[in-house]
Design a protein around this ligand. Structure first.
Ligand code: NAP
Length: 305
């Protein structure tokens, strides 16, 4: 039986791994579908303290993992299929049950899509949620970003390195993004805002690749088509709580609820980072929560022995 399992290797999971490893708990850290979490899909991180010139997202994650390994964390690829709370808690990973005394869930959140018919099949064929991953494939062609938050502005600004123009399609007439990121995006001559509009459908060519979108103007109801080669969706995230929802309290959007410090509704099960936080969602707050969860878990283990 394990003493400590950490689910997730984003900022929250890796910080929890560093702290619990330094407390001699030799945590088993499960790397899921996106090892390293969302920072691996971002470029320059300019707001993580200690890096005045910014730091590359994947590089920051790599450094955290190295630090966690240095103190004895063990990493294993594994997606949680089922969870049974108890003494011990049980997790089903790739068909096999493993048991642990304490559990820190730091499984993060995944990008949302628009929920338009046929959408799933287009992912990777001119539809994506990751500019860092796919931007370079779309050189000197028009693309669009959907959304009005920091992610949309960051992705749109990044995409201007490659695309001929970047339509920023937003359902309202002002951006939700922080002022500095909104100003930067709107000042870029390659970024063309399309206000008060939603994407209602994807247009494809004979090869099944996106060639454009249909748009609806929410003010006058008019419908139009926009020719482009790729749609980058940046409309927020869904918490990765599916295997835990039956056993742990979640809010109306599916985020894990922390009842006492970082402890969830079940003793010995802690939550950290975007899986439980729909408010701050920053690398540094996720790291802070990973630290708090590690300390809470360590104390809980000491008290329960
Ligand atoms: P967000 O702030 O929740 O913004 C989502 C955007 O998508 C909003 O503009 C929203 O419109 C729009 N939207 C939501 N559902 C939609 C739908 N079905 N159809 C069309 N549009 C839809 O998400 P985010 O931009 O991913 O940011 C999440 C958090 O990460 C924020 O706290 C942000 O500050 C942070 N972040 C920080 C950085 C950075 O500092 N470098 C970079 C990226 C993200 P409405 O505005 O109308 O609601």
């Amino acid at each position: 039986m394990e003493k400590m399992i950490i689910v997730g290797t984003g900022c929250a999971g890796l910080t929890a791994a560093i702290y619990t490893a330094r407390a001699n708990l030799t945590p088993l850290v499960l790397e899921g579908r996106l090892p390293g979490g969302q920072l691996t899909t971002t470029t320059a991180v300019e707001n993580f303290p200690g890096f005045p010139d910014g730091v590359d997202g994947p590089d920051l994650i790599m450094r955290m993992k190295k630090q966690a390994e240095k103190f004895g964390s063990r990493f294993q690829y594994g997606v949680v299929e089922e969870f049974q709370p108890g003494k011990p808690h049980r997790l089903k990973i790739d068909g096999q049950w493993i048991e642990t005394k304490a559990l820190i869930i730091a499984s993060g959140a995944s990008p949302r899509y628009l929920d338009i018919e046929g959408e799933k099949a287009l992912i990777g064929h001119g539809l994506t949620s990751c500019a860092t991953c796919d931007g370079a494939f779309y050189r000197n062609v028009p693309v669009c970003v959907v959304g009005g938050g920091d992610s949309a502005c960051e992705e749109a600004t990044f995409l201007t390195r490659f695309a001929s123009e970047v339509y920023l399609i937003h359902r309202r007439d002002s951006l939700r993004a922080s002022k500095i990121m909104a100003d930067r995006a709107l000042a870029n001559p390659k970024i063309k805002p399309v206000w008060n509009s939603t994407v209602t459908g994807y247009l494809t060519d004979e090869a099944g690749e996106v060639r454009g979108v249909t748009l609806k103007n929410l003010q006058d109801g008019s419908v139009s088509e926009l020719a482009l080669k790729c749609v980058f969706v940046a409309i927020g995230h869904e918490p990765n709580t599916a295997p835990f929802r039956h056993a742990l309290p979640v809010d109306e959007n599916g985020y894990l609820i922390q009842k006492q410090g970082t402890q969830t509704g079940v003793e010995g099960v802690f939550a950290a980072g975007d899986v439980a936080d729909h408010v701050y969602r920053q690398a540094i707050t996720a790291a802070g929560q990973g630290c708090a969860a590690a300390i809470d878990a360590e104390r809980w283990l000491a008290d329960s022995e």
